[in-house]
Design a protein around this ligand. Structure first.
Ligand SMILES: Cc1cc2nc3c(=O)[nH]c(=O)nc-3n(C[C@H](O)[C@H](O)[C@H](O)COP(=O)(O)OP(=O)(O)OC[C@H]3O[C@@H](n4cnc5c(N)ncnc54)[C@H](O)[C@@H]3O)c2cc1C
Length: 404
């Protein structure tokens, strides 16, 4: 043992990973979490199978973190997707690569992995304290609300791993933003990431089609062109294909006050071919009949064409074919951050040093989603939380050991 005491605040993937590294290095580690149990968001991620990392070419993988990619690179290099899989296997959770390249535990859930992980941490001597809500700084210490009242604790170093702002009822409520801003830390506004969007649907359309999936389409925005599917919701649009475009749509809304997702309802057919097929339709045929007979489109896809362009000139095959190939779905705002899969924004990366220590608060480090980076769904979020947790842990260890 080194005799040095370390506080880790936040028992999600980033904090627990840091606890694993630091306890192995002989530090006395205490993990504090406000909730009655650890890793609630991790467990929720397990409800949809726990996409723990991604198997794509590593050179591509490391570009998925937007402008923060270069800054995260060192942490990711030290804990790559292969390392994530080996680590999970070491805790008894084997993984497999799904058809999309995404990696999941074979059991498709998080609970066995989390249980084994917490057991390992306890065996390594980590103190795991739940129902300890960090409330701020005292002179040379940290204050917590606990079931027994307020306490102040002192440690040699602290890691903040408090998460972002999505799904606050699972614990990450971003109350930390003001605590850090008051101490001179620059925190960029937290915004929804991997989120749905509101659209101005007519009453008729949303009553009839809320919940209906649009399968086998492609969608384009400044983020690129991706195949997939999404769902009409009573508010607008939701689902994995929308999440892939959500940063681009959100940023366009903020910049231009408007944004649209361009959807190709017929990716397997060219515009020219569609126009020819539409031109052959009977002059008296309705829009619904034309779309069904020429393109095999009905249900929600056909209704969406009418919804987006109520004045569609059904006698203009060129224009109609154009709409089927790039139907512009206007979105008006992102759904609230509380519903998003993750959040963008957070501690400005300029405000941490190469060890992930806050420049404004020596001895206090940060990791995970509370740092300002974002990534699409696909296992990138968890991988970066693990990797930054480990990186900050090594940073703490280096800082505590002082210059050699
Ligand atoms: C529905 C859903 C599905 C997801 N699926 C996936 C997926 O399949 N793959 C993927 O890569 N990512 C997924 N994610 C995202 C992933 O779960 C998060 O990015 C990740 O959990 C963030 O880890 P973290 O350790 O930074 O923060 P968190 O997991 O949010 O943990 C932060 C911890 O800090 C605690 N805390 C907060 N404030 C305080 C305080 N004041 N005092 C004490 N403790 C505090 C919280 O209780 C919490 O336990 C999903 C997210 C959601 C919401």
């Amino acid at each position: 043992m080194t005799g040095k005491q370390i506080a880790i605040i936040g028992g999600g993937p980033a904090g627990l990973m840091a606890a694993e590294v630091l306890s192995l290095r002989g530090y006395a580690v205490t993990v504090y979490d406000a909730m009655p149990t650890f890793g609630r968001k991790f467990l929720l991620a397990g409800k949809s199978g726990l996409n723990i990392t991604h198997s794509e070419d590593y050179a591509r993988f490391v570009t998925r973190f937007g402008p923060a990619s270069a800054r995260l690179r060192e942490a990711l290099d030290a804990f790559t997707p292969d390392n994530v899989r080996a680590w999970a296997a070491g805790l008894g959770t084997e993984t497999f690569v799904g058809t999309s390249g995404r990696v999941f535990p074979t059991v498709m859930k998080a609970s066995p992995l989390l249980r084994a992980w917490l057991r390992r941490l306890e065996a390594q001597g980590v103190r795991l304290l739940t129902r300890h809500r960090w409330t701020g700084f005292a002179e040379r210490g940290l204050t917590f609300e606990t079931p027994d009242g307020a306490i102040t604790v002192h440690h040699d170093a602290t890691l903040l791993a408090l998460g972002g702002a999505s799904w606050p009822r699972l614990g990450s409520d971003a109350a930390w933003t003001t605590l850090l801003q008051d101490r001179g830390v620059v925190v960029n506004p937290l915004q929804p990431a991997n989120c749905g969007f509101d659209a101005d649907w007519s009453e008729v359309f949303k009553t009839r089609f809320a919940g209906a999936p649009l399968k086998s389409v492609t969608a384009t925005s400044t983020a690129g062109i991706f195949p997939g599917e999404f769902v009409i919701s009573k508010h607008g649009i939701e689902g994995s294909l929308v999440y892939a475009h959500s940063a681009a749509l959100r940023d366009a809304l903020a910049r231009d006050g408007k944004a649209a997702l361009s959807v190709d309802l017929m990716p397997g057919r060219t515009r020219e071919r569609l126009a020819r097929d539409l031109a052959r339709q009977d002059r008296k045929a309705t829009l619904a009949t034309r779309l069904r007979k020429s393109a095999g489109l009905d249900g929600v896809k056909a209704a969406l064409v009418r919804e987006v362009e109520p004045q569609t000139n059904i006698y203009d095959p060129e224009r109609l074919a154009g709409l089927l190939k790039s139907l512009p779905i206007s979105v008006v705002r992102p759904r609230p951050i509380a519903e998003a899969i993750s959040s963008a924004g957070g501690i400005d990366l300029e405000g941490i040093d190469e060890r992930y220590m806050l420049k404004a608060l020596p001895g206090i480090f940060a990791a995970g989603e509370m740092l300002d980076w974002e990534a699409p769904t696909g296992g990138y979020l968890l991988t970066a939380c693990f990797a930054t947790g480990r990186h900050a842990a090594r940073g703490i260890s280096d800082w505590l050991s002082g210059p050699l």
